[in-house]
Ligand binder design. Structure first.
Ligand SMILES: [Zn+2]
Length: 371
């Protein structure tokens, strides 16, 4: 791969922008958004909505005019055709509504400045009706429960401006928080349902949901921070669970969780950036799950998002691009414009907590004075 040979030269290593295939990634993202004949498109049509969101967000993080370069008007018209009379959005035209795609649809409309074009009140009612008595959320009418849906519900309502502003409230936020808290494990991580194994993807959803609900106090930041930091492999990449291979998508799930907890410096950030850069397709653009594999839009978004979280673009020729928000997974300036709020621990606070925790542990470890 070109990226590998380029990064092998000392000049390239000293000049990080030399190994980031900026133009090629933009061309790749435009091409995949238009190639409706590709086998990947046919196979994944039911989740097309998420694919469009990944592509648009990645383009926005590259500092591109997404409306112009990604045919914004046509995308908005297509998203609106995917909204059902119940208010929920399907993953593609003619597909059943689901909470996962409802969030993606709202994120796309927000990116294209078209939130007011959909029926927001109905979308909010659809999301709220999926909350169950124990605070959890069904993904759709078939009743699967998963902490991913808790995140999707809170994020969707926040984007719609319906999370805090309603009296009476549309959902029971305290109960939603309680359900997520019951999914916390002895290792500090979170699973899909109470008692399920900790997994990086679920951890992002749970930490993100608690950040939106402003209840990060419920997270054991030190314990979870260690679990997350231990996901870094020798290659510099991150894995999703112990004993698994590193994969670029965890650059998002783990790094955003660590960032929300103010602990992204607990991993070797330079080594992770180098791993992501190695996963670039040097010829056709895009980012793959691991070096040498084929690029796809999912890993391209998470790779560029990971570099953004690492502030890797700062100090390169690509500085000044919008950073990604670790909670809402949208460009930070857009999150500010929409007035979306969430708790995120600054690094300094985390350091203070660490110092305190270390002092506490040292005090515990000190043997009592001999009689
Ligand atoms: Zn992956």
């Amino acid at each position: 791969m070109a990226a590998l040979s380029e990064s092998a030269s000392p000049e390239a290593a000293a000049s990080p922008e030399a190994v980031f295939h900026d133009e090629k990634h933009a061309s790749y993202l435009v091409a995949v958004s238009k190639n409706t004949e590709a086998i990947e498109f046919v196979l994944t049509e039911y989740m097309r909505m998420s694919g469009v969101y990944w592509g648009l967000t990645a383009m926005a993080l590259l500092g591109r005019d997404v409306h112009k370069e990604m045919d914004g008007d046509a995308v908005v018209a297509w998203v609106l055709r995917c909204q059902h009379p119940c208010g929920g959005f399907g993953g593609g035209e003619g597909h059943d509504p689901h909470l996962l795609y409802t969030l993606s649809a709202l994120q796309i409309l927000a990116l294209l400045g078209a939130l007011d074009k959909c029926d927001g009140a109905k979308a909010a009612a659809y999301v709220a009706a999926l909350q169950q008595g124990d605070g959890s959320f069904h993904g759709d009418e078939w009743g699967e429960v998963d902490t991913r849906f808790s995140y999707c519900a809170l994020s969707s309502l926040a984007i719609l401006g319906e999370l805090w502003n309603r009296s009476p409230p549309l959902i029971d936020v305290a109960k939603a928080v309680d359900f997520v808290d019951r999914c916390r494990n002895f290792d500090g991580g979170y699973g899909a349902v109470p008692g399920a194994e900790s997994h990086a993807g679920q951890i992002f959803c749970c930490v993100g949901a608690l950040a939106i609900a402003k209840r990060l106090d419920l997270v054991d930041g030190t314990l979870l921070g260690w679990w997350l930091a231990e996901r870094q492999c020798d290659s510099g990449g991150l894995n999703g669970r112990p004993e698994k291979q590193a994969d670029v998508c965890y650059s998002w799930w783990i790094l955003s969780s660590l960032t929300i907890l103010g602990r992204s410096h607990w991993i070797d950030e330079a080594k992770l950036a180098a791993f992501i850069l190695e996963c670039q397709e040097g010829d056709g653009g895009g980012v793959a799950d691991r070096p040498g594999n084929m690029a796809d839009v999912f890993h391209t978004f998470f790779g560029i998002g990971g570099l953004s979280l690492l502030s890797w673009f700062d100090g390169t020729a690509y500085a000044g691009r919008p950073a990604i928000d670790p909670v809402f997974a949208l460009p930070a300036p857009l999150v500010a414009e929409l007035g979306l709020e969430a708790s995120v621990c600054p690094r300094a606070t985390a350091s203070l907590l660490e110092t305190w925790a270390r002092a506490r542990d040292e005090a515990k470890a000190t043997p009592p004075p001999s009689p």
